[in-house]
Design a protein around this ligand. Structure first.
Ligand SMILES: [Zn+2]
Length: 131
């Protein structure tokens, strides 16, 4: 059965070392530091991550979110940022009733994804070549 998606939630995996095998089970998609997008679960699957919205949510994470010293923050590479933006764009077209929102906008106590999704989307300038 097709799910009714109302939230496209942006996360980080809250991990540092890109060489260590990461647990991606909490997300539908994970965007690697290289910009590669990994599909972890079908969009029709309900993934347990944020109980208040899981039934109507797609969870998308970028790999990272933790720096060398262990602190949480924005660690996205430029290609990762672009790939994440493009994936969110595709999902928002596929699910027009959904809003794109950061994890911390739904659960204020959780410092995920490490940046303001709203400010980022508002200010992001796609690198599009115009002749
Ligand atoms: Zn999160």
């Amino acid at each position: 059965m097709k799910r009714h998606i109302r939230h496209i939630v942006v996360h980080s995996t809250a991990t540092f070392d890109p060489k260590v095998s990461q647990f991606y089970g909490d997300f539908h998609y994970v965007v690697e530091r290289s910009g590669e997008i990994k599909k972890i679960h079908s969009e029709n699957d309900i993934i347990k991550n944020i109980p208040a919205v899981d039934n109507e949510a797609i969870h998308v994470a970028y790999a990272g979110g933790r720096n060398k010293t262990g602190n949480l923050g924005d660690t996205r590479t430029p290609v990762q940022e672009e790939a994440l933006f493009n994936k969110l764009l595709v999902l928002s077209i596929k699910y027009p009733a959904a809003v794109i929102i950061g994890h911390s906008d739904l659960e204020a106590a959780v410092p995920c994804p490490g940046f303001s999704v709203k400010e980022w989307i508002k200010n992001y300038e796609p690198d599009i070549a115009v002749a």
